[in-house]
Design a protein around this ligand. Structure first.
Ligand SMILES: [Zn+2]
Length: 309
């Protein structure tokens, strides 16, 4: 079969422009409904398949998008070298629906990876590449950019040569940092903002551009466990105040303001923005219990605030 690589790349580039503009307008997320609106040169091409983890448009020789649902039971955990994995959902590698997945791997074609944060709501990651096949676990090694694609063969051949251990560790740290920035942080942010209905937990500000997903407990080494129950949606001022222990949140979800700051006299921002929240309950709490702030994490963090004030 002759492969029209120019066409394969053009459709992918157009799909990525389309998805990027949706994500930019949607605070980093796209919905299933929006993704059904894509067309290339007037021809509709669906970007998601119902009930399948991969999307293989008939017009293309290779898979266009892959999907990891929210709370997925599939084994997508990274390998020992830090590169991400995508496990096939059904069948065998290179067979049936998975033939086009293998083609995307063999032709090193860019694909879009959708990560579910809710039913029908996704954080897109693109372009990604399938860097290697793992037959035993029916998984693909996923490269998050062309650099990782080029580095992958070297990263995947274990046992670094003598004297190169330092280099191998540095590469692994680089790969992990990249996964954090490109995947875990955007998925964490989207999950937290959705759970808090795009409002600051302290003051209920709704302006998405002024909201952050703050970590309750921050592990200096890995930037904090990226689960929603370790998050709080906070506006910029309350996030900064929380990080500097000017504002604390007790395990009972009550806001405390540092004693020195309570006694300061400044202006309306200090008064209305911070002092007046002292002793008030959090105004926004996620509806789902599993997404609510973890009391143990709040307690641990609140002890730090107590020590500082
Ligand atoms: Zn706020």
């Amino acid at each position: 079969m002759r492969v029209d690589l120019a066409y394969e790349h053009s459709v992918r580039a157009a799909a990525m422009v389309f998805v990027r503009s949706l994500a930019a307008a949607g605070g980093g997320t796209v919905t299933r409904g929006q993704l059904q609106q894509f067309a290339y040169l007037g021809e509709p091409i669906k970007l998601l398949d119902t009930g399948r983890g991969i999307r293989n448009p008939r017009q293309l020789v290779a898979t266009l998008t892959i999907l990891t649902s929210a709370g997925s039971r599939y084994d997508d955990t990274p390998g020992p070298e830090g590169l991400l994995r995508y496990a096939i959902r059904d069948g065998e590698l290179g067979q049936g629906d998975n033939r086009k997945l293998r083609a995307a791997f063999e032709l090193a074609l860019p694909i879009i990876w959708f990560h579910g944060v809710r039913d029908g709501v996704f954080v897109p990651l693109m372009p990604v590449f399938l860097a290697a096949e793992e037959a035993a676990t029916k998984r693909y090694v996923v490269a998050l950019d062309e650099d990782q694609l080029l580095m992958a063969p070297q990263l995947l051949t274990s046992s670094p040569i003598e004297g190169a251990l330092g280099q191998a560790l540095a590469q692994r740290r680089y790969v992990e940092r990249m996964s954090r920035q490109r995947l875990h942080q955007p998925v964490f942010r989207a999950g937290v903002l959705l759970a808090y209905r795009t409002r600051c937990a302290v003051c209920s500000l709704t302006h998405g551009g002024l909201l952050d997903a703050a970590h309750i407990t921050e592990d200096a080494a890995d930037g904090g466990d990226p689960v929603t129950s370790n998050g709080l949606a906070l506006c910029k001022i309350h996030h900064a105040a929380y990080d500097q222990d000017i504002l604390g949140i007790s395990p009972e979800r009550v806001v405390h303001i540092n004693r020195d700051v309570l006694e300061e006299r400044d202006g309306p921002m200090l008064q209305h923005g911070l002092q007046e929240f002292h002793g008030t309950a959090l105004r926004v709490i996620p509806e789902r219990r599993a997404e609510q702030p973890d009391p143990d994490r709040l307690a641990q963090r609140f002890a730090r605030f107590r020590n500082a004030s």
